[in-house]
Design a protein around this ligand. Structure first.
Ligand code: TYD
Ligand code: MG
Length: 457
């Protein structure tokens, strides 16, 4: 008989310990210990499932003997989604789609299911949160409905497995992983042990029956992603659906992909009738740019293999009272603090005592070092009250000594800026030296903060 092993698990972060604890040693949360028992056999099965294999009795084989043809990719027909997945859906893969509640996860899942069905494939959409009628209404709003799209309102994992094995869909959607539960585990649905076990069972199903599966997971308020985060190691692909509230733009980002590159993004716009792909996001992010306004700079950033032009705005003002305020949206506040310090030290601008606001237009996030120079120049432009030339785009990393460092893929960034009609491009001198001269645009190479400021102001 399999031996029963009792452990305690933190309901917040999933940390397991052999003894009861008042405070979790990993995440520091209080009173989150939950008894957790599993048999030895199950521990091994879970480990095997986490590895993606189903049996411990596999034998080593030479790498050359492996058939590459095994990995079939199927396109959804939604170009932005296919690209984020690395060229399409790999048969039998397990994908996790995370995001804030209300961001549009169910919409994109249903929309891709409907597109998939249009290609003559069968899809099973399991809804644990919404009624079948609600799902149908949403589907009708999005597009044409079809008999090959099967809906199931179920939360019991064993029943979901049973139905999926019976109808053998090409694609299974489970909306959401927090709503399903394993009846043989005592903890409540949505707890870490339930989520983990449910996902492990679905992984098993996906691999055994070769059913590509999409799990939807909500991100919790504090951004800890109690659900999805504990599953990231288990699944093949992790996608996050992001966007700022109040903005219609949504970004689908691959943060892990066993079958393609990460950092790829897809851009969508939420409209009346579902999500619409945005083919040329650069022009969209620059759409409502103010003319001749100080503090507005166009930066050229790179998301995966894709260059994007995004507007950065800064506002520098004297503080109303007390300590100066620093508010950043779409950029790392620590990075902004660093750039402010460099601007003061190397550029001679006394701005540390000012209120500083930085915002990235369109609800986009700039995480790249290449956005340093545009952010810094937006601050300088606002401080001096002088607008930059309207047709100027900028990229470059700023070092602590005030030096401007070269960035990757300068050619690609420059091409995108030229394509959108920018005639002056300020770039690191290091990059400029390696680039060919261009007729359409003037390349302004700068090697330090001083040079950049004296070129512009
Ligand atoms: P939903 O997919 O239900 O979000 P999630 O599953 O991530 O919680 O999306 C809900 C939001 O999307 C809701 O506020 C309404 C909006 N929406 C549209 O604007 N247009 C549409 O066609 C649909 C289906 C939803
Ligand atoms: Mg939903």
């Amino acid at each position: 008989m399999a031996k029963v092993k009792t452990m305690y698990q933190c309901t917040d972060c999933g940390n397991r310990e052999p003894k009861w604890f008042g405070r979790c040693s990993r995440c520091g949360a209080w009173n989150t210990a939950e008894e957790f028992s599993q048999t030895r056999g199950k521990v091994q099965a879970e480990k095997a499932a986490a590895r993606g294999g189903l049996s411990d009795k596999t034998k080593p084989i030479p790498i050359t003997a492996i058939d590459e043809e095994d990995m079939q990719r199927e396109q959804f027909g939604i170009h932005e989604l296919d690209r984020v997945l690395g060229g399409g859906l790999v048969e039998g893969s397990l994908i996790l789609l995370g995001g804030d509640p209300g961001i549009g996860k169910s919409t994109i899942a249903l929309q891709s299911a409907m597109e998939y069905v249009q290609q003559g494939r069968k899809v099973l959409y399991v809804s644990g949160e919404e009624s079948l009628r609600q799902t149908k209404m949403r589907a009708k709003r999005i597009g044409a409905i079809n008999d090959d799209l099967l809906l199931l309102a179920e939360v019991d994992i064993e029943r979901i497995k049973e139905e999926a094995t019976k109808c053998k869909p090409d694609f299974l959607v489970v909306d959401s992983i927090q709503s399903v539960f394993c009846p043989d585990i005592s903890s409540t649905p949505g707890s870490v042990s339930q989520i983990r076990e449910s996902a492990a069972r679905l992984m098993h199903l996906a691999k055994r029956e070769s059913i590509s599966t999409l799990l939807i997971g909500h991100v919790t308020k504090d951004g800890m992603i109690a659900g999805p985060r504990v599953l990231e190691h288990l699944v093949d692909t992790v996608l996050y659906f992001e966007g700022e509230r109040g903005h219609p733009y949504r970004i689908l980002r691959a943060v892990k992909n066993r079958f393609g590159s990460t950092n790829e993004i897809g851009v969508f716009e939420m409209k009346e009738n579902g999500l619409v792909e945005v083919g040329n996001p650069s022009s969209l992010f620059l759409d409502q740019r103010p003319v001749g306004a100080a503090g507005s700079v166009v930066s050229v950033c790179l998301e995966g293999s894709r260059p994007l032009l995004v507007e950065v705005q800064a506002l520098v003002g004297s503080p109303a009272y007390g300590n100066p305020r620093r508010t950043c949206t779409g950029v790392d506040p620590n990075r902004v603090a660093l750039l402010v310090a460099v601007l003061e030290k190397s550029g001679g601008m006394q701005i540390t005592a000012s209120d500083i606001f930085v915002n990235v237009a369109g609800g986009f996030r700039l995480d790249e070092p290449a956005a340093d120079l545009p952010i810094m120049l937006a601050l300088a432009s606002s401080f001096r009250g002088k607008a930059l030339p309207q047709k100027m785009a900028i990229f470059g990393e700023v070092g602590l000594a005030g030096e401007i460092r070269g960035v990757s893929q300068a050619e690609l960034r420059m091409q995108e800026a030229k394509k959108l009609g920018f005639t002056q491009i300020m770039i690191p001198e290091n990059n400029r030296a390696r680039l060919k001269k261009s007729k359409k645009a003037t390349l302004l190479g700068v090697s330090n903060v001083d040079e950049a400021l004296s070129t512009l102001f």
